[in-house]
Design a protein around this ligand. Structure first.
Ligand code: EPU
Length: 337
C-alpha cells in the first residue's frame, strides 16, 4: 500500500493528480489481503486500469486507487475454428491485440491501439471501426471487493451496449475484474465497412487484405487522427455519439443535408465530432486545454493545466452544441468527482 501516490502516469489526460492510497494487485491473494486491511474499510475506492478513460475532477483523490497488475495471456481452448484466449486484467490492451493478430486470430483486429488495460475493456465495451469487444467476450472473472467472493459474469450477464455495461453501474463497481476469456477465430471475414478503412486500403493498393494488413491500416488511421498517448493529454473520444429519434434526425437533415449518421435500433447515431466541428470548436485552444485539430471529439490537455479547465471547456461545448442543434452530448469519459 502506497500513500500520497502520484497518478500523473495513470491518467492519460496527464493531470497532476495525487491519491491518498494506492494499492497494486499482483496476485489474486493480494485482493484477499487488501480487504482485511484497516485502511480499506470505510474508504472511498476506485479501480483504475490504464487511466485512459477517466477524468479526475479534483487534483486530490481522497480515497484508495486499486490497480491491477495481473499478467498473463494463455490459449485455453481450441475447438475447430474457435480459440479461447484468457487474458489477465493488468495486460495492456494494445499489446494483447497485437498478440492475437500475430497469431492470426480474428476478432479484435479493428480494436488495435486503443489505449488502456484489458481489465477496462468490458467496462465501457470499447469499440472502433465497426467492432465492439462484447462480440468476443465469453466470461469476465471478478472478485467482489466487499466480501472477497469470486464471481464469473457470462457475456449476457454484462448487459453490454454502446460504450456501456453493467460494470458502469454504481452497485457493480465493487467487482474487481481479474481476467477475461475471449473467443477468437482462426478464420473469419474482416470488417472493412466502417468509415474510411476501405479507402485507406485502396490507397495502399491492397485488394484482399490479410488480418495483419487490416490491423496495420487501422493503426495508421488512428495515428493520423488521434493525439499520441503520453505526448498530448487526452482520453480518446471525450463525448459519446448521441442517438436521436428518427423524426428529430429527419428535421435536422433538412437544415444539414450533409450530416453523417448511423441508424441503429434506438434511432439514429450522429457523430458528436461532426456536431462539435460544425459548431466551430475544432482546433480551439484556451490556456492549457483545447479541441484536437484532426478530430473534434477529442479534448486535449497540453500540459501544466488543471482538470477544471477541461470541465469548463466541456460545458461550453455542450452548451454550444445544444444551442445550435438542440442535441445534448454527454461525456464518454468517466468523470470522478
Ligand atoms: N467528423 C467531422 N469532424 C470531426 C470529427 C468527425 O466531421 O472533427 C465526422 C467524420 O468525417 C465522420 C464522422 O464524423 O463522418 C465520424 O467520425 P469518425 O469515423 O472519426 O468516428 P467517431 O464517431 O468520431 C467513433 C468512436 C471512436 C472510434 C471511431 C472509429 C465514439 C464516441 N467514438 O468516433 O472511439 O475510434 O468511431 O471507429 O463512439 C473512443 O471511444 O475513445 C474512440 C476513439
Amino acid at each position: 500500500m502506497k500513500k500520497e501516490y502520484p497518478l500523473k502516469d495513470l491518467n492519460t489526460m496527464g493531470f497532476d493528480i495525487v491519491a491518498k492510497y494506492f494499492y497494486e494487485v499482483n496476485s489474486l491473494s493480494d485482493i484477499d489481503t487488501l480487504i482485511e486491511k484497516e485502511e480499506f474499510k470505510d474508504v472511498r475506492k476506485l479501480i483504475l486500469g490504464g487511466g485512459s478513460n477517466i477524468l479526475f475532477a479534483n487534483e486530490y483523490y481522497d480515497g484508495m486507487i486499486i490497480h491491477s497488475n495481473l499478467k498473463g495471456i494463455n490459449i485455453i481452448e481450441e475447438n475447430g475454428d474457435d480459440v479461447v484466449v484468457r487474458c489477465m486484467s493488468g495486460e495492456v490492451w494494445k499489446d494483447f491485440v497485437d498478440f492475437t493478430v500475430s497469431r492470426n486470430l480474428y476478432g479484435l483486429e479493428n480494436l488495435v491501439d486503443i489505449p488502456g488495460s484489458v481489465g477496462a475493456s468490458p467496462v465501457q465495451n470499447i469499440g472502433a471501426y465497426g467492432c465492439e469487444v462484447k462480440d468476443s467476450i465469453v466470461y469476465v472473472y471478478t472478485i467482489d471487493l466487499t466480501n472477497g467472493q469470486r464471481r464469473v459474469f457470462k457475456n449476457e450477464d454484462c448487459h453490454f451496449a454502446y460504450r456501456d455495461s453493467i460494470f458502469k453501474r454504481e452497485e457493480f463497481k465493487k467487482y474487481f475484474i481479474c481476467a477475461i476469456d475471449f473467443r477468437l477465430k482462426k478464420n473469419a471475414a474482416l470488417k472493412l465497412e466502417y468509415g474510411n478503412v476501405k479507402e485507406y486500403l485502396e490507397r495502399k493498393k491492397i485488394e484482399s487484405p490479410t488480418l495483419s494488413e487490416v490491423a496495420q491500416t487501422i493503426k495508421e488511421i488512428r495515428a493520423e487522427k488521434l493525439p499520441e498517448v503520453g505526448i498530448v493529454g487526452s482520453v480518446g473520444s471525450f463525448f459519446q455519439n448521441p442517438i436521436v429519434e428518427n423524426k428529430v434526425f429527419e428535421k435536422l437533415k433538412e437544415s444539414y443535408p450533409e450530416m453523417p449518421s448511423y441508424p441503429n435500433e434506438k434511432g439514429v447515431k450522429i457523430p458528436a465530432g461532426w456536431l462539435i466541428d460544425k459548431a466551430g470548436w475544432k482546433a480551439y485552444k484556451e490556456n492549457h486545454v483545447g479541441v484536437w485539430d484532426k478530430q473534434a471529439l477529442v479534448l486535449v490537455h497540453y500540459g501544466g493545466g488543471k482538470p477544471q479547465e477541461i470541465l469548463d471547456l466541456m460545458k461550453k461545448i455542450q452548451d454550444s452544441v445544444k444551442e445550435k442543434f438542440g442535441i445534448i452530448i454527454r461525456p464518454e469519459v468517466n468523470i470522478e468527482f
